[in-house]
Design a protein around this ligand. Structure first.
Ligand code: PMP
Length: 406
């Protein structure tokens, strides 16, 4: 019931036809970054060959073309996440930068004894900025616990939420376990005590249709490079009323209305949060990735990847000594596992010899690894170009390397 031709998709990624260590590449590190369709890399070349110019400042033709293309991406991203206004979409360096922007700017409104809530499932980039903010402002950080499946404990969450809570931050999908969190429900719970909600959407954007208005979140962080787009560019969605209320994160060109040595007034949204020359070609080429994803259809992608999850869970479960971490009923196509008695790094290194790219280690989630009581895991994270045959190759690879290491 797949409504796209996987071979046709794969052909659009030149890197997928290369060999690694004399074997066809099996790329299963999409949680770290995805590969890029030719439509996107062509858009980068086209930008440099035809219109390279700075945006929002030139009267000349090329600058206007660059500005138009730049703003087209903002509008496409707005439509893609169903934000109400394009000015609610701020371009940033990526998810980390988006979270730091909110942690700093929102932090300016935070008072001593206010409380911020995060979850056990968080990436370091959704932990450390809040710790820094709480330290700076004398606020307190609380953590939602989870069960052994990697599902957040919503009863415990309810008890953490009080009138002291000013903000709740958690991911839509966990990069280490694949858990899909109930964002809409958890957001409603936070709003009931008057807290704002910031979602780390780094891992959800490539896999799900995200509708920020339906979820009713206040902030949503995105990285283009994890959704078949360029590196070094991302976005922060924020509700207009919040973005108007927050002070700017960085000062510089583009973000001002008027400057004198006595006083500066700030530009309107979105420019208030976009100091300096942006990553112009990244923004413009990101539109090509969005068009490409939408031509396939996010629902189709979700559906196909669910098949990979089901197939892979079954196939991997049969491997000798296998423990799969993360068995949430709502899960993305990601397999985080350990093989009894073996170090993840050794397994990953031998898989690489077979051309199979996985990630090993703590996945920037050390507190979560401590909760699972493991130093790290082996993670195979699927993208929409992965196939059941590649999962078979992974399983065969494991069956080959495990006896070598035992
Ligand atoms: N959050 C999650 C859940 C992630 O998986 C990642 C990337 N590994 C990040 C945040 C950080 O994203 P970036 O490095 O693109 O800023």
């Amino acid at each position: 019931t797949i409504s796209f031709d996987i071979n046709d998709i794969r052909k659009q990624f030149p890197v997928l036809s290369r060999e690694v260590n004399g074997k066809p590449l099996v790329y299963m590190d999409n949680g770290a970054t995805t590969h890029k369709p030719k439509a996107m890399t062509d858009a980068i070349t086209d930008y440099y060959e035809r219109i390279n110019s700075n945006v929002h400042r030139g009267v000349h033709h090329l600058s206007q073309q660059a500005t138009d293309a730049f703003e087209v991406t903002r509008e496409k991203l707005r439509a893609h996440i169903n934000a109400e206004h394009a000015r609610e979409v701020i371009f940033t360096k990526g998810t980390t930068d988006s979270i730091n922007t909110v942690a700093w700017s929102f932090g300016e409104l935070v008072k001593p004894r206010d409380e911020v809530i995060i979850s056990t499932l968080e990436h370091h980039s959704n932990i450390v900025p809040w710790q820094m903010m709480c330290e700076r402002k004398g606020a307190t950080l609380k953590v939602i616990p989870m069960d052994d499946r990697g599902v957040l404990d919503l009863e415990a969450y309810q008890t953490l939420l009080t009138e002291k809570t000013v903000l709740v931050a958690f991911n839509h999908i966990s990069n280490a376990l694949g858990t899909i969190n109930p964002v809409k429900k958890m957001t409603k719970m936070a709003h009931e005590v008057g807290a704002a909600v910031m979602i780390d959407g780094a891992q959800s954007m490539p896999h799900l249709k995200v509708d920020v208005r339906d979820l009713d979140v206040d902030f949503y962080a995105i990285s283009a490079h994890k959704m078949y787009g360029p590196t070094g560019i991302g976005a922060l969605y924020g509700k207009e009323e919040w973005l108007n209320k927050l002070p700017p994160y960085q000062g510089g060109g583009e973000m001002i209305a008027t400057v004198t040595f006595e006083k500066t007034t700030y530009a309107d949204l979105p420019h208030k949060f976009e100091a300096g020359t942006p990553h112009i070609e990244g923004v413009i080429a990101w539109a090509a990735s969005l068009d490409w994803l939408n031509a396939i259809g996010m629902e189709n992608i979700t559906h196909y990847e669910a098949e990979l999850l089901e197939y892979g869970t079954k196939a991997l479960s049969e491997v000798d000594g296998m423990t799969i971490h993360g068995t949430a009923p709502q899960k993305s196509a990601l397999f985080s596992f350990n093989i009894e008695g073996l170090h993840p790094y050794d397994v990953g290194t031998l898989l690489d010899q077979l051309g199979i790219a996985v990630r090993t280690g703590h996945h920037c989630t050390q507190p979560l690894m401590n909760r699972l009581n493991v130093p790290g895991t082996i993670r195979a994270s699927m993208g929409l170009y992965n196939t059941k045959e590649e999962i078979d190759t992974l399983v065969a690879g494991l069956n080959r390397v495990i006896p070598m290491l035992k």
